[in-house]
Design a protein around this ligand. Structure first.
Ligand SMILES: [Fe+2]
Length: 355
């Protein structure tokens, strides 16, 4: 009978031989391919705005928005070095536009969200309509729509870009096209989309033609008002405080097909119940200070910071003062595919579909 060493030698020789025919033995990698639960490669991390702002402003001195096309400093997760990603499926960066600059028009299959961090009065134009952006606004540029940005104010403007770049890359469905002019022509007056779709009304006979919300700017003022109105009922979710999701008014689903977006209020002194879900979350606080403890690691945060909680990492929040936080993740994709799971406190994990 062959010794174990001989058996192993024969196996290795076999693996080597079949590799030459572009074949491999599943049993050698089965545990890696099908682990018992998600492998967490991304790291919890916080970028403090006051520390990185000088780098962002310095970018404004070394390259113009026109040369850069998009002058963005990538927020690269320290666990995903070289992948230009903040979670395995999502990209995030901070974009700077100086007064008088234009980021030229283009379109791509990746969907993009903008969350305004600093400044007021720059615009994003999407498919012939312009919207003026203010701090805390959530702005959408849907897949394959022409978009350009310009700063007609007298101050620099910085926003967080969130895109599904790694996800679209994995599916190998990336297309990009520059517009022949720097700016696309405007075909509708500013305010047309919010009037048509953003007031709890829809034009009679309106038919949905795209998977993304026709409202492409969700102003902070209104999100904040909703949270403030709801807090009077004093019904706090132990894991989330008050957490709202941005919706497409046409069908009540997510505002974007690949990225779920949220606005959340944590009242002063609230410590939330530990929670985890399979979607990695990117947060940007708008108001208030606090900390989030992720698998024992403490992330201190305040307004304009960005922090990331990788998927399936147990975490809780502690608010030192009333705090309002924007966040986004790939939850719509996970839910559509029936893959999303969450676990609240010590309850068993549950999977939810829909949304
Ligand atoms: Fe773009």
């Amino acid at each position: 009978m062959a010794t174990q060493a001989k058996v192993e030698e024969a196996r290795q020789e076999y693996y080597h031989r079949i590799e030459g025919s572009s074949l491999g033995a599943l049993w050698e990698v089965l545990h890696d391919l099908v682990p018992d639960e998600p492998k967490i490669v991304a790291r919890p991390h916080v970028w403090h705005y006051n520390e990185i702002r000088p780098f962002i402003m310095e970018a404004g001195e070394i390259i113009t928005a026109a040369e850069a096309v998009r002058r963005v400093i990538i927020l690269e997760n320290p666990g995903l070095k070289g992948r230009h990603s903040i979670t395995p499926t999502l990209y995030a960066g901070l974009q700077l536009i100086l007064p008088g600059e234009i980021a030229p028009s283009h379109r791509h299959t990746q969907s993009a969200l903008r969350f305004i961090i600093e400044g007021d009065g720059a615009y994003t134009a999407v498919d012939g309509e312009k919207t003026t952006m203010h701090e805390g606004d959530f702005v959408i540029t849907p897949s394959w729509t022409w978009h350009d940005h310009g700063n007609e104010s007298d101050k620099p403007m910085v926003w967080m870009d969130g895109l599904d770049v790694p996800l679209v890359g994995l599916l190998n469905t990336t297309f990009h096209e520059p517009y022949p002019e720097e700016r696309q022509p405007l075909s509708r007056p500013e305010g047309d989309s919010p009037a048509r779709y953003g007031m709890g009304l829809l034009p009679v006979g309106y038919e949905r033609t795209a998977p993304t919300s026709p409202v492409f700017n969700y102003p902070y003022e209104r999100s904040r008002e909703a949270l403030e109105g709801m807090r009077r009922a004093e019904e706090w979710d132990p894991c989330h405080g008050l957490k709202l999701q941005y919706v497409n008014p046409v069908d009540g689903g997510w505002a974007m097909p690949t990225m779920g977006t949220f606005m959340q209020l944590l009242p002063k002194d609230m410590t939330t119940t530990p929670y985890r879900s399979t979607d990695g979350m990117v947060y940007s606080p708008v108001e208030g200070h606090g900390r989030t403890i992720v698998n024992g690691e403490v992330l201190e945060w305040g307004p304009r910071d960005v922090f990331v909680i990788p998927g399936w990492c147990r975490h809780h929040h502690e608010a030192s003062e009333d705090a309002v936080l924007f966040s986004f993740s790939d939850r719509p994709v996970q839910q559509k595919l029936g893959l999303w799971r969450e676990q609240r406190g010590n309850e068993p994990a549950t999977g939810v579909t829909g949304g």
